[in-house]
Structures are given as structure tokens and as C-alpha cells.
Design a protein around this ligand. Structure first.
Ligand code: PGA
Length: 259
């Protein structure tokens, strides 16, 4: 089963995951990181600013999960811009090694296949950071997504567009379509690290970790992965039936195991 780590707050989660990423980069200078956008991964990127300071990150590679279709890459809320602003620039990564799905309309019909080929050519993702939507999506794989899906165009749900309207002037400005790594793409990464904070995510987290495997809750796909780590605060953990067991397991985990 997935390992669930219940931490005090988002800052502690960020520090824990950043430590794992630093160790990965120490083992492998050209590690391939799977990068997520949204509010949830920001504490990880924040912690990495400190933990990676002074280290050589020139070989580190990265693949973002998703992008809006038809958005100008220079728009401040394109995921290309967000990844550049929140990850590439503050961490000093080489922008040439950081990939984001191409949402340009002119090439959208083969953009998914191109992205899959680029991930494969890099040897796959070592550690994939994930958030989870209130509707259970990971990446932009909305309910109904196939567990075998690859990078492709999806239609965003009304709920997701409402959730993301805070980044735009109005909900009308939130794009209708996205290009996202599929659940099958995400499951190929060697380590999944899903973070969630706050009561609003509690139901999605419980469904993903303990509920049935179901297309209705795409996050439940993580149960198929041999190495998935779920890092949540108390509020996001509040609907987990086995919360006490997860605390007990983590408290008694050998230090050498990492997450
Ligand atoms: P959030 O989004 O981190 O902004 O809550 C998570 C997601 O939609 O995957």
C-alpha cells in the first residue's frame, strides 16, 4: 500500500519531500523530477531553495505534469511561466532541461505523443510530485480518466475551472482544455509523492488512499504504484480510517528507509 505520512503542517511536508529530492540528486546528478503546479507543491519548492543552495543542480532534468491548451506561454498563469517562476529560476535549474507539455494549438494533435517520447528518452521520471484536486484529479486527469491514459488533451471540469479561477481575472479566462500526462504516464514514474493540505482535500485523499480503485477518483490510481508516498497535514488526513496505523508505522520506521 501507499505510505501515508501525517505531518504537522505544509512547511514540514515541504522539508520532508525536499530532503528526499536532495538525496535523489546526490545519488544521481541528472535526476528527472516530475514537477507539479498549483498551491500544494510550493512548500517543497520553498524548502528546496534552502536545501539545494550551494549544490550543483546543472544536470537536473524535469517534466511538468500539465499545461493549459491555447494559453500564451508568456501568460503569467501558463504552467510554463509558473514552473519558470516557482522552480527553474529560484532553484537555478537549466531551463533547457525542464519540459512542460506544449499547449500550442498548431501542434496540439501530436503534442501528447511528443511529450511521452521526451519522457521516455530521458529514461523516465525518478520522483513525481503530485497534488490532488478536490474532485480527485491528479495532473489534470479528471474523473473518468483511464488508468492507462498517456499525455493527451482533456476538458477541464467546471469544478477545476472554479478552483483555478483564483489565478485568473475571472472564471471565463480559465482555459477549457488542458494537455496532461495521463494516469498511465504518472504510474511509470519510479516514486510518486502526493501532497495534500487542508480539510478541503480530506475526502479526495481518503478516497485515493483507502477507497476502491475507480475512474471516478483518478487519484486512486496511486494504489497501483509500488512506491507511492502520501504526505498530508492533519486536516487532509482527517477522513483516513487508518490514520493511527500510518502514524504508528512512520514513527517506527527505520531511519535508513527514507520515504
Ligand atoms: P492545488 O491544486 O495544489 O492548487 O490545490 C491541486 C490540483 O489541482 O492538483
Amino acid at each position: 500500500m501507499a505510505e501515508v505520512v501525517i505531518v504537522e503542517n505544509a512547511e514540514a511536508a515541504g522539508a520532508l519531500v525536499a530532503t528526499e529530492i536532495v538525496e535523489l540528486i546526490e545519488r544521481r546528478a541528472d535526476a528527472v523530477l516530475g514537477l507539479a503546479t498549483g498551491s500544494t507543491p510550493l512548500p517543497v519548492y520553498q524548502a528546496l531553495r534552502t536545501q539545494l543552495a550551494g549544490r550543483d543542480v546543472s544536470q537536473v532534468r524535469g517534466f511538468a505534469l500539465d499545461e493549459y491548451v491555447g494559453i500564451d506561454p508568456a501568460h503569467p498563469e501558463s504552467y510554463r511561466s509558473v514552473i519558470t517562476r516557482e522552480v527553474v529560476e529560484p532553484l537555478g535549474l537549466d531551463p533547457q532541461r525542464i519540459h512542460v507539455p506544449n499547449g500550442a494549438l498548431a501542434t496540439i494533435q501530436h503534442a501528447g505523443d511528443d511529450y511521452e517520447a521526451a519522457i521516455d528518452a530521458a529514461g523516465g521520471v525518478d520522483l513525481q510530485i503530485l497534488g490532488i484536486g478536490t474532485d480527485g484529479h491528479i495532473g489534470f486527469n479528471e474523473p473518468g480518466s483511464s488508468f492507462a491514459s498517456r499525455t493527451r488533451v482533456k476538458t477541464l471540469t467546471e469544478q477545476t475551472r472554479e478552483d483555478n479561477a483564483r489565478f485568473f481575472d475571472s472564471i471565463d479566462d480559465v482555459p477549457m482544455h488542458c494537455i496532461t500526462q495521463g494516469l498511465g504516464t504518472i504510474l511509470k514514474a519510479r516514486h510518486l509523492v502526493l501532497l495534500a493540505f487542508g480539510e478541503g482535500k480530506a475526502e479526495a485523499v481518503a478516497g485515493a488512499v483507502e477507497g476502491p480503485l475507480t475512474a471516478l477518483l483518478p487519484g486512486s490510481a496511486i494504489q497501483l504504484h509500488p512506491h507511492a508516498t502520501i504526505v498530508v497535514d492533519e486536516a487532509a488526513a482527517s477522513r483516513l480510517a487508518l490514520a493511527d496505523y500510518y502514524r504508528y508505522t512512520f514513527a517506527n520506521k527505520p531511519a535508513w528507509q527514507g520515504i
